[in-house]
Design a protein around this ligand. Structure first.
Ligand SMILES: NC(=O)CC(=O)C(=O)O
Length: 300
């Protein structure tokens, strides 16, 4: 059987310290992504909302128009910065996420999304993922957050093929809590599930590592979670702790809350070795329960 991951590849997660200054965030992201590529990374990931503060009141101000593709520089400076950076570094760049606007800025019916753009080494846009599950939670005395007050949800699963390596899946933060999405992507052949994400001091402690390891062990694939660095001056305190988990659910590398880069080799053999040892992939009982990977909406 063909290997899911065709050859070893270095993956880097850039846990970026972002500010309220978008041009600064973009140039700082460039510096750190180039640093990651000098470490040998060929797939580099940025955090959720890497070019703005994370909060519903900020999304309309920071939102960029991404369609038509490619948008003009004034419609989306971030699109162009990421595209140029992927080309300059000759990498696959998963551009975390940014607030996206569909419609005119002064149009009340315009929609906003939390959107991730992925570019290839030639600077071309390979994939767009809009956060499917919006982060609406209310834990009394701890944290209340309602993305759905301003954002609309995406409606598809994002799996893309990197010709030299194989398929990867991209989803955003709260999406990780919905195992169906990960399972469908993995059953479609993804060797790596990537989640730019910004858990917080309540849910981070409880669930960040647990969710990463759970999605890895469920699916016997690599999982990468890329958070912003924590800024205690900001309104939202990100958990940090960007990490890569292997197909056996072992944490390969994890940061603390400060800015940094996780850089690890993903092995072409590890997935096969894990699945050979614990062969859940061939032991599923679709005569007892349905195969969720038979469903799912992908890019048309
Ligand atoms: N920020 C998120 O989308 C999700 C999160 O913080 C959590 O699930 O916890």
């Amino acid at each position: 059987m063909a290997k899911l991951l065709k050859q070893s590849v270095k993956l880097a997660l850039v846990q970026l310290a972002s500010t309220a200054d978008k041009p600064h965030n973009l140039s700082h992201a460039r510096k750190k992504v180039l640093e990651a590529s000098r470490l040998g990374a060929k797939i580099v990931v940025l955090p959720e909302c890497f070019n703005s503060p994370y909060g519903t009141k900020y999304f309309p101000t920071y939102a960029e128009t991404l369609l038509p593709s490619p948008p003009s520089e004034s419609q989306s400076p971030t699109f162009h910065a990421l595209s140029n950076l992927a080309k300059e570094a000759q990498i696959y760049l998963v551009g975390g996420s940014i607030p996206e606007r569909v419609g005119e800025p002064d149009d009340e019916s315009a929609k906003l999304y939390n959107t991730s753009l992925t570019f290839g080494p030639d600077g071309g846009l390979l994939a767009t993922h809009r956060k499917v599950h919006l982060f609406d939670i209310d834990i009394p005395g701890k944290i209340k957050f309602r993305e759905s007050d301003v954002l609309s949800p995406g409606n598809k699963i994002t799996v893309l093929d990197l010709p030299e390596y194989g398929k990867i899946a991209i989803a955003i933060c709260y999406d990780i809590r919905f195992p169906e999405l990960a399972m469908i992507a993995a059953r479609k052949g993804a060797f790596l599930l990537l989640y730019p994400g910004a858990f917080n001091l309540t849910t981070g402690e409880l669930h960040w590592e647990l969710q990463a390891r759970a999605r890895a062990v469920d699916n016997q694939v690599y999982v990468g979670l890329c958070s912003p660095a924590r800024d205690m001056e900001a309104e939202y305190h990100a958990w940090g702790h960007s990490m890569v988990v292997d197909p056996n659910a072992a944490v390969l590398e994890q940061l603390d809350e400060k800015e940094g880069i996780v850089c690890v080799d993903l092995s072409g053999d590890k997935i096969e070795e894990t699945r050979k040892g614990i062969p859940i992939y061939t032991q599923r009982r679709f005569d007892v329960y349905p195969d969720v990977s038979e469903g799912g909406k992908f890019e048309e």
